[in-house]
Design a protein around this ligand. Structure first.
Ligand SMILES: *Cc1c(COP(=O)(O)O)cnc(C)c1O
Length: 429
């Protein structure tokens, strides 16, 4: 798909008029700035509220009001089985079999729980390979897991960093490190898309290399789920975790999704931290001793579902099920391609900013990260003051993530207009 982009509103509006999923914008609520919807480029941080979320929450309040404790078994979505209503759309979203996924807890909590099962170091194999500059929560989780098992993080954690003068990782370098560490490697734990650069890693290649090295493989898909099509079952990592409040629009603190490959579905011997919700369903209320895990990902559940946040998540997942990730990705390629074009068109001598996300559209999702200079912070505030919501990351990066469900090409053209005005003002002052 090669498009000749133009930096004009007529061109942006033409792309909008040809957009087959443009009507989905109306299913989201935009914060207002000076009486108009903001230009929202922060779907990678907190997705916008689906219109359907409010009614979904009200339905559960009604259920509670009408049935009290009996709401666990009555009504059209009994709470007892609530996590199951999320299974089908979640499996489709990440390319998994239904029994390979479950929604529970929050992301970092699940990362810990899955590492309890899949990071089991011994004196020979104890190392974890991860990307340098991973999201801090993952760094803390991994560091403390390593210490918990009595190992030294400086020796056990191997970070793969970009080459000198480069911003993103080369797949060959990742694979080389995996090969090099193969005798002492316990786990390869990568993000799917790096939160800072927006780089989408070659997950099938990393999985193959990790397994060939005799290690297990896990992915943090916080910036990947709802952003890029995934085929987790086929690609074969041992586990994956993600949150639902970024691209998945399920609201602040929304619940996390978990994938456990079916090769581990029926292994009650795997160590895990258990609770009653992962216990064999028919026996759950018999209150007997002796934990028997359910088969599949459900066997990692601990607590009963947080119904209100699950309800918002379910409302949002229905939109993804309705549109499909392939359709979203097609628009996303065009949309982010247009953003890249506009940024390159405007980042000239006056705004000598640099794009640090991969140039290759196949190696990124929605997000483009911009390395700014001393004018960066001022630009960020200028955008905010004009109703453009982007995201600032220390020390000097602005992240823009146009998302295909609710961003328009006109949003991007408008962003370009503000960049242009800002750069004109730099030169005149
Ligand atoms: C957003 C994000 C988190 C946040 O974790 P929570 O437990 O949901 O607060 C963790 N890891 C990555 C990679 C993220 O992008």
């Amino acid at each position: 798909m090669s498009v000749i982009y133009e930096n004009s509103q007529v061109f942006a509006q033409k792309l909008d008029s040809q957009d087959p999923i443009k009507s989905y914008r109306d299913q989201f609520i935009f914060p207002q700035h000076a009486g108009k919807p903001v230009r929202y480029f922060c779907g990678n941080s907190l997705g916008l509220q689906p219109v359907a979320a409010k009614q979904a929450l009200l339905d559960e309040l009604d259920q509670w009001a009408e049935f009290g404790v009996e709401g666990h078994f009555k009504g059209n979505k009994p709470w007892m089985y609530y996590h199951k209503f999320l299974t089908e759309p979640t499996a489709k979203l990440v390319g998994a079999l239904p029994h390979e996924v479950v929604v529970m807890n929050t992301l970092t909590v699940n990362l810990h729980l899955l590492m309890v099962s899949f990071y089991r170091p011994d004196s020979k194999r104890y190392k974890i390979i991860m990307e340098a500059g991973a999201f801090p929560s993952d760094q803390y989780a991994i560091e403390t897991q390593v210490k918990f098992h009595g190992f030294d993080p400086d020796q056990a954690i191997i970070e793969v960093a970009p080459r000198e003068g480069e911003e993103t990782l080369r797949t060959e370098d990742i694979l080389k490190v995996i090969e090099k560490e193969k005798d002492s490697l316990a786990l390869v734990m990568f993000s799917g898309v790096n939160y800072y650069t927006g780089q989408f890693f070659d997950l099938p290649a990393i999985t193959r290399a990790g397994h060939q090295a005799g290690a297990l493989v896990g992915f943090d898909l916080a910036h990947t789920a709802g952003n890029l099509p995934l085929q987790l079952h086929e690609w074969g990592p041992d586990f994956a975790v993600w949150c639902s409040y970024k691209y998945l629009n399920s609201g602040p603190g929304g619940p996390s999704g978990v994938f456990v490959h079916e090769r581990h579905a029926n292994n009650p011997a795997l160590p895990r931290f258990a609770g009653w919700w992962g216990h064999h369903e028919d026996e759950r209320f018999k209150m007997k001793k002796g934990f028997i895990p359910m088969t599949g990902a459900e066997g990692w559940q601990i607590s009963n579902a947080q119904i209100f946040s699950f309800a918002a998540h379910l409302a949002s997942l229905k939109i993804f099920e309705d549109v499909g990730m392939e359709t979203l990705r097609n628009k996303s390629l065009l949309l982010t391609g247009f953003l890249e074009y506009i940024l390159r068109d405007l980042f000239t001598e006056k705004l000598p900013f640099k794009l640090i996300s991969p140039d290759d559209p196949e190696s990124r999702g929605c997000q483009i990260s911009v390395l700014t200079d001393s004018n960066g912070r001022q630009l960020f505030h200028y955008l905010t003051d004009n109703g453009v919501i982007a995201d600032w990351r220390e020390p000097n990066v602005i992240r823009f993530a146009p998302v295909p469900l609710y961003n328009s090409f006109d949003d991007i053209w408008q962003l370009g207009q503000f960049l242009h005005t800002f750069s004109e003002n730099i030169s005149s002052s």
